[in-house]
Design a protein around this ligand. Structure first.
Ligand code: GLC
Ligand code: CA
Length: 527
């Protein structure tokens, strides 16, 4: 793996919500260009863009109509070329989202595949005469009837996202050509979407009532397809990260062990509900940390993240977006930036953006949230309870427009944004944090510099201290020093754990250890 990948601090942009340059209420490429200085000053050296390709946007761009065109709402290919050039001028890398498990039902391939059971595109998708009742990720059947072919097609996600058939050599060739085309343009890698779902051959045989999230993931042929594609991609100087549904460490390692030639690292997907309704999130988090350490011990690299466009906001989920907002946002930043692997930040995390808590279902846009809401109503839940339930896990929590300042639409746009702004834009925004030395934003800047300048934090050995649930404490040991990190991930005062700090240990961030640690206490020591 190239050293730049290990040194990368990746910032995920959800283009629709980042910055609107032409005041139509939708973020766009020129908006991103106008914020490159901001990102550079933050210390970011790599951007990952959620999909910007032409799409009917049934799932906000994760349903691609044309892989080699830009969604006109986001700009033009010329705008993209300028963005790429301006990133490279700043020595920033640009990583694209690659959605190749499925495309849009409006993609030319599907339009043609629909027409005939025998034509050249006939096998580009999974067609069946007798489907089973496999359940799709967004709810309902994973099969949809198509009148013109008098057959059903498979869609693991929405019915506007038909699954591509990787058994079809022609299709694979087309995908490889498309990937090459982007690499020739100079993009610096790919975050590969929903890739654990790649192989669905013979899925009709799955037992009735199976969920796609179980039945369709991590099947053997998926790995073969992937190895072929990724070996080709890795012949270039790129970053590769797979979005992986792994049920255990072994399944994860199958994707990221260097010997497998699949991904350099994984973003492990967990359905938001699993975390939101977990009885003990700290214990859950610690289990994840143990997996991370195992991954490191096996010689693999990984991706670190607390947030993305599919999750609630980290400060609302793991921290406290009320009384201890700033303190908990900083404590979480420490966890995200002091671990082994490449850290990923999600837009707005650096200013501590929170969940949106809308009290009307009509304010939500996310296809997944709306489908789950309807599902609960159909099961007999009251509309209030259904709203309370889906809003906690809603992906819109992280998709509200970026809060740049305290103006009407928070400096995101002059027009009403596509998704309602979060009400707290006046208290949480970039502008007010830029000049406040104690702000979450300034803290991120400091922490990013600390990481960039420390081999121990990037690649050092990790050992976890055995502490009670609320406390997360670990050591990162490198050739030029050792860091000890202690975080109280609870809103209560807790007794300090016994951490055998070396005498030479100096506090570099946070507060000195004492007998009792306040809510969301954190410390980073170096010796
Ligand atoms: C991934 C994306 C998510 C999308 C899904 C289908 O999980 O992160 O946003 O809905 O794949 O493409
Ligand atoms: Ca716009």
């Amino acid at each position: 793996m190239n050293t730049w990948v290990k040194d990368a601090i990746v910032y995920q942009i959800y283009p629709r919500s980042f910055k609107d340059s032409n005041n139509d209420g939708i973020g766009d490429i020129n908006g991103i260009r106008s914020k490159l200085d901001y990102l550079q000053q933050l210390g970011i050296n790599t951007l990952w863009l959620s999909p910007i390709y032409d799409s009917p946007c049934d799932d906000n761009g994760y349903d691609i109509r044309d892989y080699q065109a830009i969604l006109s709402k986001f700009g033009t290919m010329q705008d993209f070329d300028l963005l790429l050039e301006e990133c490279h001028q700043r020595e920033m890398k640009l990583v694209m989202d690659l959605v190749i498990n499925h495309c849009s039902d409006e993609h030319e391939w599907f339009e043609k595949s629909k027409q005939s059971k025998t034509g050249p595109y006939a096998d580009y998708f999974y067609w069946s005469d007798e489907p089973n009742d496999l359940r799709s990720v967004f709810g309902g059947s994973a099969w949809e009837y198509c009148e013109s072919r008098q057959q059903f097609y498979l869609h693991t996600f929405s019915k506007k996202q038909p699954d591509l058939n990787w058994e079809c050599a022609d299709l694979v060739e087309k995908i490889e050509q498309m990937v090459d085309w982007w690499l020739d343009k100079g993009v610096d890698g790919f975050r590969v979407d929903a890739i654990s779902f790649l192989d669905k051959s013979g899925i009709e045989a799955a037992p009735n009532g199976s969920f796609a999230t179980e039945a369709c993931v991590n099947r053997p042929k998926g790995h073969q397809h992937l190895q072929h594609l990724m070996t080709k991609i890795h012949s270039r100087d790129v970053l590769s990260v797979g979005e992986i549904n792994a049920r255990d460490t072994e399944e994860l390692l199958d994707y990221i062990l260097p010997s497998r030639s699949e991904f350099q690292m994984a973003i492990v997907f967990t359905p938001p509900e699993v975390e939101v309704f977990h009885e003990n999130l700290n214990r859950y988090y610690k289990e994840q940390l143990k997996t991370r350490i195992e991954v490191q011990q096996q010689g693999a690299w990984n991706a670190n993240f607390l947030s993305n466009h599919d999750k609630p906001r980290q400060v609302s989920l793991y921290g406290d977006d009320n009384e201890f907002w700033s303190q908990s946002a900083k404590a979480l930043a420490v966890l995200n930036l002091t671990q082994h692997g490449t850290p990923y930040l999600y837009q707005g995390e650096e200013i501590g953006m929170t969940n949106c808590y809308y009290d009307d279902i009509s304010d939500y846009d996310d296809i997944d949230t709306l489908a789950k809401y309807r599902e609960q109503l159909a099961l007999g839940m009251s509309s209030n309870d259904a709203l309370a339930m889906v809003s906690k896990a809603s992906r819109d929590n992280s998709r509200t427009p970026m809060q740049w300042d305290d103006s009407l639409f928070a400096g995101f746009s002059d027009a009403k944004p596509w998704l309602k702004m979060n009400d707290n834009k006046s208290s949480i925004n970039v502008d007010s944090q830029q000049n406040d030395a104690d702000s979450v934003l300034q803290f991120y800047k400091q922490l990013i510099q600390l990481r960039l300048n420390s081999e121990a934090l990037k690649t050092g050995e990790t050992s976890l201290y055995d502490t009670e649930d609320a406390i997360i404490a670990y050591q990162r040991e490198g050739d030029c020093g050792t860091y000890s990190i202690v975080v109280n991930l609870s809103n209560e005062m807790v007794s300090a754990p016994h951490i055998p700090l070396l005498e030479s240990a100096e506090l570099v961030l946070g507060q000195e250890l004492s007998e009792h640690l306040p809510p969301y206490y954190f410390a980073v020591y170096k010796s």
